[in-house]
Design a protein around this ligand. Structure first.
Ligand SMILES: Nc1ncnc2c1ncn2[C@@H]1O[C@H](COP(=O)(O)OP(=O)(O)OP(=O)(O)O)[C@@H](O)[C@H]1O
Ligand SMILES: [Mg+2]
Length: 267
């Protein structure tokens, strides 16, 4: 097994009395796309935040390339945040900046590049996420939900990250944009060779983009494996999770989640 890029070892995380993680372990391997699935309020966003030191565990270790993230000095954390892009839940663009300024933000913060070079890179990133470079002049408020998510993605790749963390990149989008974002995650993995962690509620997206899926259940990740291994797992908590999803999917759409995933893959 290769050396993990991010490694949680026996992590416990509490907020007051509320225990979100209890002796949780999870590894993110170089070049993989790992998807985290699990119920609302379970701790998926907390997990991503611990990866870059926005939250610290109460017990256990969070390692980035073998170095403890909570123990890093300010400069070390800055380096981690330079290498790890975080696409926040909800996109969170700066409303008072143009799209181009949003995309160039990290480059202004972390590099000494000229304005012209930053603008050039912003255009490249817009093209990479399938948007016209003219969009750079627009304000976020004028964009559709799907476009905002793609701009948030463009912003996260501007600085050529080693790792991209996506917090629910498809939530609230229509099927066409869900497919687009999934395609984009696959494309970035192939073309930029990035390692990705994707938090999603959407099983078809999980099946489509993941090398491995980690299922968050009762304060830990009792299942980590491929989509097929998950689908064929006999573990009761995994069966419960999958069948809960199927019931919910049947209520909202006629397609079986597996068929939907196969459809989007073939398309
Ligand atoms: N900064 C914080 N202070 C106190 N409690 C927090 C904080 N951040 C998260 N929590 C709590 O930790 C739990 C896990 O939160 P988290 O946001 O990780 O859930 P999630 O799995 O991302 O849910 P969702 O699918 O709704 O986004 C929740 O009960 C939340 O209220
Ligand atoms: Mg969340």
């Amino acid at each position: 097994m290769p050396e993990p890029i991010i490694d949680f070892r026996g992590v416990t995380k509490r907020f007051g009395e509320h225990v979100v993680y209890e002796r949780m372990s999870l590894s993110v391997l170089p070049g993989e796309t790992l998807t985290i699935i699990g119920g609302s309020g379970g701790g998926k966003s907390v997990c991503l935040k611990m990866m870059i030191g926005l939250l610290v565990p109460d017990e256990g270790q969070v390692l980035f390339h073998g170095t403890s993230v909570p123990d890093m000095p300010e400069e070390g954390l800055r380096q981690v945040r330079r290498k790890v892009a975080y696409v926040f839940q909800g996109g969170a663009l700066f409303d008072s900046m143009t799209v181009g300024e949003n995309i160039g933000y990290a480059l202004r913060e972390h590099t000494d590049w000229s304005m012209a070079r930053i603008e050039q890179r912003a255009s490249e990133c817009l093209t990479m996420v399938g948007l016209h470079e003219g969009v750079a002049e627009q304000m976020p408020a004028s964009l559709s939900g799907g476009m905002k998510k793609r701009v948030a993605l463009a912003r996260s790749i501007a600085i050529e990250p080693e790792v991209i963390l996506y917090d629910e990149p498809t939530t609230g989008l229509d099927p066409k944009n869900i497919k687009r974002i999934g395609d984009m995650i696959l494309k970035l993995q192939r073309e930029l060779d990035v390692t990705s962690v994707v938090v999603t509620h959407d099983m078809p997206t999980a099946r489509k983009v993941s090398n491995r899926i980690a299922m968050l259940y009762q304060r830990a990740f009792p299942f980590v494996g491929t989509a097929d291994e998950m689908w064929h797992s006999a573990a009761p908590e995994v069966r419960d999770f999958i069948h809960g999803r199927i019931r919910r999917a049947e209520q909202s759409a006629p397609a079986h989640p597996v068929d939907a995933a196969e459809d989007s893959r073939g398309a």
